[in-house]
Write a protein that binds this ligand. Sequence first.
Ligand SMILES: NC(=O)c1ccc[n+]([C@@H]2O[C@H](COP(=O)([O-])OP(=O)(O)OC[C@H]3O[C@@H](n4cnc5c(N)ncnc54)[C@H](O)[C@@H]3O)[C@@H](O)[C@H]2O)c1
Length: 361
Amino acid sequence: MTEIRVAIAGVGNVASALVQGIAFYAQAENEDSILGLMHPEINGYKVNDIKIVAAFDVNKHKIGKDISQAIFLEPNNCLIFSEVPKIGIEVKKGPVLDGIGETLVDSVPVDENQKPVDVKKELENSNADVLVNLVPVGSDKAAKFYAEAAIDAGCAVINGMPAFVANNKEIVAKAEKSGVPVIGDDVKSQVGATIVHRALVDLLVNRGVRLKNTYQLNFGGDMDFKNMLSRERLKTKKITKTEAVRSLIPEDYRERVGIHIGPSDYVPFLNNQKIAYIRVEGEKFGRVPMYIDVKLHVHDAPNSAGCLVDCIRCAKIGLDRGISGILYSPSAAYMKYPPEKMPDPQAFKSLEEFITGKRER
Ligand SMILES: NC(=O)c1ccc[n+]([C@@H]2O[C@H](COP(=O)([O-])OP(=O)(O)OC[C@H]3O[C@@H](n4cnc5c(N)ncnc54)[C@H](O)[C@@H]3O)[C@@H](O)[C@H]2O)c1
């Protein structure tokens, strides 16, 4: 099998977990050490086949550093779970655009005099197969920029954050024309607040309970949460997180359910740990009320990287098979806001059919 050449836009915590994870599974020697993966192999591709070949950021301290070093620089605070040998790929400066919001200005130093590189050229020169977009919430212009540069360079696009890329008709049309696949938008983590919340809602709906109200309150201590203190930047995140849950509620009473989902605060000492409080309220037999309260406590970035290693391999299958435009099944299985929404069991069945070639996309 050939390698999968990956470029990353945004060398933050999720990139750190992704790069660490690739190094971790490269050292996997026995069956136990491949635990933690949703798919040890996808159509013959292992995590070990993923090679980072380009990386872009705007933080002046990360630029010029080997990515194996840059991922461990502040303000990144992802748990260190693997050593990462030198990779030989320097982080290059991308255009800042709307990447740094008001609450991040003090934490992410940008050298205004340093010129950004030509991202499309860098992607071409590095022979990247796939670009993974991991810029901060609210960076809609930057997300569009990286997606378009990737498509122009003939790379598949994975949009791991809540800007609309797979949900942007123009970008998708451009990808179709250029013959590259797109997976998006906004990773639905391996076991994060969204998938747990969806499982609870699915359970109640499937057992005939009528959902009345539900909330999901999230907080954490990393730059993602600090950035989200800026309510202005939250518009797309609100949509992707809320729709991921709302879309599972039966249409006939969906509009009458009280739903509140969103990030609520930044608690610095939590570092990359995230806490989510999830509540579902419903009425069961005889319209008798019932409630479920759940507290989730996770390291956030590895949760996203656990899905990205699958998305990257699915995107490569798309390239190998000459599929262009949206990959519906991987998007539904791994993203919060896929262009085609479906319950998770259906999304995973559809994903397996995609992987084995029974379903085209
Ligand atoms: N479980 C998860 O952590 C999870 C799940 C789903 C989605 N996401 C999303 O993934 C994205 C990345 O998350 P993170 O925790 O790594 O965030 P982060 O803030 O740690 O990393 C973002 C990186 O992007 C860089 N950046 C800012 N503007 C840029 C630009 N114009 N070009 C290139 N780089 C730029 C920043 O300097 C930083 O290094 C966020 O949008 C987040 O909401 C995360």
